[in-house]
Design a protein around this ligand. Structure first.
Ligand code: GTP
Ligand code: MG
Length: 360
């Protein structure tokens, strides 16, 4: 009958518009509350005050999701302690001393890891009426590269807050619910997923949704001293206000269209076997970085295992952010991209049904 025909012509247009709206609604209710952000800022200040009793010239800065605009309700806090003096304690000593101090002076559960590859102090607070989900927090030292990559991601988020943040936040929730967001278990960190989104928006979409901030012409001459940290070039175009007046994306796709395309790209088109996703330089070859996972590499213990999924860090170019992803991990992740792509292309009657199915 005419009615059914009409219903069987679910205009793609309608579905996509509904899906965009659902994505916004879904993401908004997962954002941290003002209260939560305030509590976290208070915790940072308290910890900074305590650390200064050991190292007077230190600052405690937020990085990761609390600082880059990609934070979900109850996400952990990543803190980095910078010490502006030449004579300072080693990170290992600091971790031990700070661990003792926090144990004595605060209600946090404290776990110092002075001998980890990157020494950190892990803290947590149990849930309480004012803080129903508690707090988890890591304090590291002198991790200036992490502060810079946080700033880079924040700038990308600011260029197109609606589309970039909605996509990233949705993918973070989705990857957590689907249990593929756990480097310790062979899948990918949140940081890795964010890089996959930015890579897609800068280098895969045509016209691009985002410019390449690391390849834009600088406003004034830059020197190596200004831009290098620990031997890595950390320069990027960070005057976002100015950028808005100079750069404008020709891409007008909605969040839903971009998300559908994102899943399809990583389900089908990305060259997992030979490719490296680099937000700095586009698609690179594993062979050009010495990251191939061919058989000749298998003598080197688990180097094959390490380079299943290759995502170049924006600054530490010799560092594969996907190094923890195992053979099983990549199989599972890719399977999830395929599943998501299938659910969205089946176009159920209602977008909200598709979203719920995606995340459960
Ligand atoms: P949630 O904690 O899930 O909310 O996500 P997040 O955005 O905080 O990401 P994640 O905890 O994965 O990483 C936090 C920060 O640590 C990132 O923003 C980076 O600055 C840094 N980081 C995490 N993993 C890596 C890595 O493999 N390499 C480098 N260079 N930095 C990393
Ligand atoms: Mg984090």
């Amino acid at each position: 009958s005419e009615g059914t025909t009409h219903r069987r012509l679910p205009s793609r247009h309608r579905f996509v518009a509904d899906l965009s709206q659902c994505l916004f609604d879904f993401v908004i209710q997962l954002l941290p509350t003002q209260d939560e952000m305030q509590v976290k800022e208070d915790v940072r200040k308290l910890l900074e005050r305590l650390i200064r009793t050991i190292e007077p010239d230190s600052r405690l800065l937020s990085f990761g999701s609390t600082a880059n605009g990609f934070s979900l309700r109850n996400s952990d806090m990543d803190l980095c302690c910078l010490i502006d003096s030449d004579e300072r304690l080693s990170a290992t000593d600091l971790v031990v001393m700070l661990g003792d101090l926090l144990e004595r002076e605060t209600k946090f559960h404290v776990k110092p890891l002075p001998h980890a590859r990157i020494p950190i102090v892990k803290l947590s607070l149990d849930p309480s009426p004012g803080l129903p989900l508690g707090i988890a927090c890591d304090i590291g030292f002198e991790n200036r590269l992490a502060l810079e990559n946080t700033r880079l991601l924040m700038c990308y988020a600011m260029i197109d807050p609606t589309r970039v943040r909605t996509m990233v936040l949705f993918l973070k929730v989705w990857s957590k619910r689907r249990k593929i967001n756990s480097p310790y278990k062979g899948t990918l960190s949140s940081y890795g997923y964010v890089l996959l989104v930015i890579y897609f928006l800068v280098h895969v979409k045509n016209p691009p949704v985002l410019p390449n901030l690391q390849q834009m012409p600088p406003l004034r001459p830059i020197t190596k001293e200004d831009t290098h940290l620990a031997g890595y070039n950390t320069w990027f175009f960070d005057d976002i206000e100015l950028l808005r007046t100079r750069w404008h994306s020709e891409n007008n796709e909605s969040v839903a269209e971009l998300l559908i395309d994102f899943f399809r790209y990583y389900a089908r088109d990305f060259s997992y076997n030979t490719g490296v996703a680099s937000i700095r330089a586009g698609l690179l070859k594993k062979s050009s970085k010495g990251w191939q996972n061919d058989l000749s590499a298998s003598r080197y213990h688990d180097s094959r295992e390490r380079n299943r999924l290759c995502i170049e860090d924006p600054f530490e170019l010799d560092f594969n952010v996907g190094r923890c992803v195992t053979k099983d991990g990549i199989y599972t992740i890719r399977g999830e991209f395929m599943r998501a792509s299938r659910i969205l292309s089946n176009r159920p009657e209602r977008a909200v049904v598709a979203l719920t199915e995606l995340c459960t």
